[in-house]
Design a binder for this molecule. Structure first.
Ligand code: ZN
Length: 501
């Protein structure tokens, strides 16, 4: 062999080697990408975890619904600003303030809001009705004498007969306070607490009244929040008495500012507070929960997860910061009376609060401006929070009801059968099983199982994962997840637990 020939052969071999290494590294990279798409985040996977990762899809993004996309863009910050400035112009909206003065006090605010909702209802073609729900609140710690309170309730009736009795409530409180909750004379502009929530609700009603939804949506503004959550309590109590099927309630309270007292400017985050252990949990349910967990899987927490998923899908510039507690320390809100009566409910609030602008007499002290003034509101931020609300509400009201009576049939097995009642909507497409590792904060996997009422997760024990079921319709709208409730029974001991004499 001539030296040039040898060199050519060496060069050829080298090229082959380079080409082989290139292909091999590409194949490895592809395999790694494929693995990370399906496998749970944990690096050391057990066999069932690996199986779990491969049979379901991880975080697949469903297509966006054109109706929801459109209504979200119609929410207008200018309307929100106009509402807030108008509410502030009534001087005070303290629940104990004047009921009849046309220009100042809670009565003036009530009449203005009622007229606005009536105006908004015109575009609904008769599907939205507006009601004053008036009652007398007896004396209480912050109510020195019996006082008339009036909730303004705008109901947008669902158009699918099988879903019209299913109700979603979105609320803000229109009362306000200065430093003293019983001072009815001082100026209490309440531009953030809670003209912001009230304005968001009115703007959602204006935009959504034109659209049709399968289920019913209630747009509500209430007084008496600062006095002890009295407006919301009255509505929730009446709903309970009449067996109203409230599937979810949102309160928007202090959603006005993107700048906190800590100086942090964050116009892209809204906190959603959800309780873990249900406020109305029974003794039996508590016993089961202590045995097998579930303190992170109340209906309110499933609702918060739904809001995060849907809200962020339609308003990509915004993030839901889920807070796994009912409310902030030492504070409360209008979702509480709903929780206490067994309804799923969450609270929307700005990410960083400024306490110089809440429940303070308007004044300048040591060069600092105190008081809840419109100049501290960020109207574009409020509009974004309203968009998150509207996307989630529309997602709920267009989707089937969440599955009911989801249970694990009794028996010990390394497979997990799950059963539930069939939904009654005519456009139902079927169900999805979702699951996650017990240490995960949100659902990580889902699997479509068709239109069935029972399904067995092979090779996955309910002891090792959390499971849930959700319904979806032919348009692709998904319900929130229902977490299985195990029928309570006497705790079982292992066979060997019998003490020897
Ligand atoms: Zn408030």
């Amino acid at each position: 062999m001539r030296p040039t020939q040898t060199r050519r052969i060496h060069r050829l071999a080298l090229n082959f080697l380079i080409a082989f290494l290139f292909c091999a590294s590409f194949a490895v990279a592809t395999a790694v990408r494929a693995q990370s798409k399906f496998a749970p985040a944990s690096s050391a996977l057990t066999a069932p975890q690996k199986r779990a990762g491969r049979t379901g899809s991880r975080a697949a993004q469903p297509a966006r619904n054109p109706q929801i996309l459109k209504l979200v863009t119609e929410i207008d910050a200018r309307n929100i600003e106009r509402t807030i400035r108008k509410l502030v112009s009534f001087g005070t909206r303290n629940t104990l303030s004047d009921q009849n003065d046309p220009n100042r006090g809670i009565g003036a605010a009530r009449e203005w809001l009622y007229a606005e909702f009536l105006q908004v209802a015109v575009s609904s073609g008769g599907r939205m009705t507006v009601e004053k729900q008036t009652f007398e609140q007896p004396k209480a710690a912050r109510v020195p004498q019996p006082t008339i309170l009036t909730n303004i309730v705008a109901t947008l009736k669902g158009t699918q007969p099988e879903s019209a009795n299913r109700v979603y409530v979105v609320s803000g409180h229109y009362d306000s306070m200065c430093s003293s909750p019983t001072d009815a004379k001082c100026d209490a502009p309440g531009a953030n607490d809670d003209a912001s929530g009230t304005a968001a609700v009115l703007e959602m009603a204006r935009v959504m009244a034109k659209y049709k939804f399968d289920a019913t949506i209630v747009f509500m503004t209430v007084p008496g929040e600062e006095q002890g959550l009295f407006g919301a309590t009255h509505f929730a109590e009446e709903a309970k008495k009449s067996n109203m099927d409230i599937e979810a309630m949102f309160t928007n309270d202090i959603i006005g500012s993107s700048v906190g007292g800590n100086g942090v400017h964050d116009p892209h985050t809204v906190r959603v507070f959800s309780e873990g252990v249900p406020s109305n949990e029974t003794q039996q349910e508590a016993t089961t929960r202590r045995s097998v967990g579930g303190e992170n899987d109340s209906t309110s927490r499933q609702l918060a997860r739904f809001i995060k998923e849907v809200g962020e899908r339609y308003v990509p510039s915004m993030k839901v910061w889920m807070i796994y507690r009912r409310d902030r320390y030492g504070r409360g809100g209008d979702h509480q009376p709903f929780l206490e009566r067994g309804y799923a409910a969450v609270r929307f609030t700005e990410p960083n609060e400024n306490y110089q602008h809440q429940h303070q007499n308007v004044r300048v002290q040591n060069g600092i401006q105190y008081g809840d003034l419109p100049q501290f509101d960020d109207f574009n931020y409020i509009a974004d929070v309203a968009r998150m609300n509207a996307a989630a509400l529309a997602g709920l009201a267009l989707a089937p009801a969440r599955p009911k009576n989801v249970t694990f049939p009794s028996g010990l097995s390394n497979d997990t059968p799950i059963k539930w009642d069939g939904n009654k909507e005519p456009d139902l497409a079927g169900y999805e099983i979702v699951w996650r590792d017990t240490t995960e904060a949100t659902w990580t996997h889902s699997q479509s199982v068709g239109n069935v009422q029972t399904f067995t997760m092979k090779g996955m024990s309910k002891d090792n994962f959390f499971f849930g079921v959700r319904a979806l319709n032919r348009e692709g709208n998904r319900s929130p997840v229902t977490y299985p409730r195990q029928a309570p029974r006497a705790p079982r001991t292992d066979q060997a637990a019998q003490p020897s004499p």
